[in-house]
Each structure stands twice: as structure tokens, then as C-alpha cells.
Design a protein around this ligand. Structure first.
Ligand SMILES: [Zn+2]
Length: 297
């Protein structure tokens, strides 16, 4: 009950918050959260694929794409493994109605021993960016922590589920592909914190043009827009520089841009993975109710 009360309180505070509460966070309310998640259909659940592994293995940074856009998962890199779905009570009657948020902005984690020292250091550096700019704290898991992130390279591709699911939830970072730039582990962690992709926001058509003719066949659904009723669009500024924005060539079939900026014209870099944008920091701080001075960027 206490948890449910907290969830409601957080939601009310979120709605009352003036100013730019940037979309596209998932809803704090458990029911709305699962409505959003289930709107993706069965495709969001599954197991990592071998083909994704091959694509990430041959990933080249000069392609202009990001490795997390190579996955065959929902929107490229969103995956709830069957085990994770079972943990969350999905596919059964009666959801556990979990919150998508991490209570107290504390995120217990474990990192698999499968990473090299430098890969491991990059993951820790990605977490450090959260510590530097927000009140979110990644802390090594203690035995009493039931919900936690397990960061591994034991599967193929770069992917995460969205928000706090329940129990152990994996964030997969196939190395070296997914650890080429710090922005990729930051991106996957931001999914785990409860955020979706920037270019899927419901109002994105005012800011970008989707060039459908250049998208690989069967991948159009990666560009579906969010349902306005399950996302918070008030006072939002669309953020081309978000670490959650696809690259301009995401899912291209012919090398041409699949996303073009409508506002701001030239010079807009979409899909950067160098670090947080100012907007990313605002979003994270708003979702987790960080108080005090922002470190800014
Ligand atoms: Zn993503």
C-alpha cells in the first residue's frame, strides 16, 4: 500500500510540475505503464537473436548509425526477455502493477564478469555521468535487493527493458560494439530508468520528417509514434540532441537518411552518443524528483 501511495504521489507531482517536463518518459502509474508497454504487442517479448549479434559484431562507427539501432528488437533495442516478462507477471491474469520507477532513485546493479576491464570501466563511467548530473545512484547490489540491473554481454545486441520491471532485469551490452561510445551504455541505462526513444514522441512530426521510402522493409514499426494518452507532452521541447534520439540513418536500407530535421535546419546532430544533452538531464531530474542545483552541462 505504501508503494502504491508513493506511486500516486509521484504521478500527481509529475502532473503538477510546470515547465518543460520532457517526454518521453513512461508513465509512473503502473497500469498506464503496462498499457504503454503492451501497446507494442508481442514483439517486445522474446529472446536475443543471432542475427543481431552478427550485425553488432560487424558494426562500424563510420556507418553513421548506432549499434543499438541494429537490433531486431522493438525499436531496435527494447526487449523484455521471457524470463523478465514472467517476473513481471506479464502474460498472466492480474498484473503486479509495478512502478516503472526505481524507489528513492537508487538502482542496485551487478556487472557480469564477462567484460574486459576497459569495458567494465566504460559502464562505470556511464553510471558516473548519472551521479554527476542527477540524484540517481547506481549502487552495487546487496543480498536484500530484489530488483536490480544485471549488466551483461552474455547475449547479442545492445538492449534493455524499460523502467523497473521486477526482480533481476538484464541490460545487454555486446562488446565491443555496444561499448564503442559512452553514450550507448548511457542510452540503455536511460531505458532502464524509464525512458523511451525521443523520435517516437507523439508530436515528433512537427520536428522531424520520417523518410519512409528509405526504411528497411518490415522495420516501419520502429518509427511508430507514442500514444499521447500514455505519455506526458506538457511543456515539452523536442530534443534532437538527446542521447535517446536515433541517428539520422537508423534502419536505412540504402544509406540515405531515414530521419530529417524540420526545425533548426542544418547543423542538427541526431543520434549523438557522446553524453547527455541538457534535456536528458532535465528529464531524468524531473522523473526522479532531484532537488538542488543542477550541475548543468
Ligand atoms: Zn534505445
Amino acid at each position: 500500500m505504501a508503494l502504491a501511495k508513493t506511486v500516486v504521489t509521484v504521478l500527481v507531482l509529475a502532473l503538477a510540475q510546470p515547465g518543460p517536463l520532457h517526454a518521453y518518459p513512461v508513465p509512473a502509474d503502473g497500469t498506464a505503464f503496462w498499457k504503454l508497454i503492451t501497446s507494442f504487442g508481442a514483439a517486445i517479448y522474446g529472446e536475443p537473436s543471432e542475427r543481431t549479434g552478427e550485425l553488432v559484431k560487424s558494426f562500424k562507427p563510420e556507418s553513421g548509425m548506432n549499434p543499438e539501432e541494429l537490433g531486431e528488437y522493438t525499436q531496435g533495442d527494447i526487449l523484455f526477455t521471457n524470463k523478465g516478462a514472467a517476473n513481471a507477471g506479464l502474460g498472466r491474469n492480474g498484473l503486479k502493477a509495478p512502478s516503472a520507477r526505481w524507489p528513492g532513485a537508487v538502482v542496485p546493479f551487478e556487472i557480469s564478469y564477462g567484460f574486459s576491464n576497459s569495458d567494465r570501466q566504460m559502464i562505470l563511467n556511464a553510471m558516473e555521468e548519472y551521479h554527476k548530473h542527477t540524484c540517481i545512484r547506481f549502487v552495487p547490489r546487496r543480498g536484500t535487493d530484489y530488483d536490480y540491473l544485471y549488466i551483461t554481454n552474455g547475449n547479442t545486441g545492445c538492449w534493455s527493458s524499460v523502467g523497473r520491471v521486477s526482480g533481476r532485469q538484464e541490460v545487454n551490452l555486446q562488446s565491443p560494439g555496444c561499448l564503442t561510445k559512452i553514450g550507448t551504455p548511457m542510452h540503455e541505462l536511460m531505458h532502464a530508468m524509464g525512458f523511451m526513444h525521443e523520435q517516437n514522441r507523439w508530436e515528433r512530426d512537427s520536428y522531424v520528417t520520417i523518410n519512409w521510402q528509405h526504411i528497411q522493409s518490415g522495420r516501419n514499426n520502429n518509427f511508430d509514434k507514442a500514444d499521447q494518452s500514455t505519455t506526458d507532452g506538457q511543456g515539452v521541447n523536442y530534443d534532437y540532441r538527446s542521447v535517446m534520439h536515433y541517428s539520422a540513418k537508423a534502419f536505412t536500407k540504402d544509406g540515405a537518411d531515414t530521419i530529417s530535421a524540420r526545425v533548426g535546419g542544418g547543423g542538427v546532430t541526431m543520434g549523438q552518443r557522446d553524453g547527455f544533452s541538457r534535456g536528458d538531464i532535465k528529464k531524468l531530474r524531473a522523473m526522479y524528483k532531484c532537488s538542488g542545483r543542477t550541475s548543468g552541462l
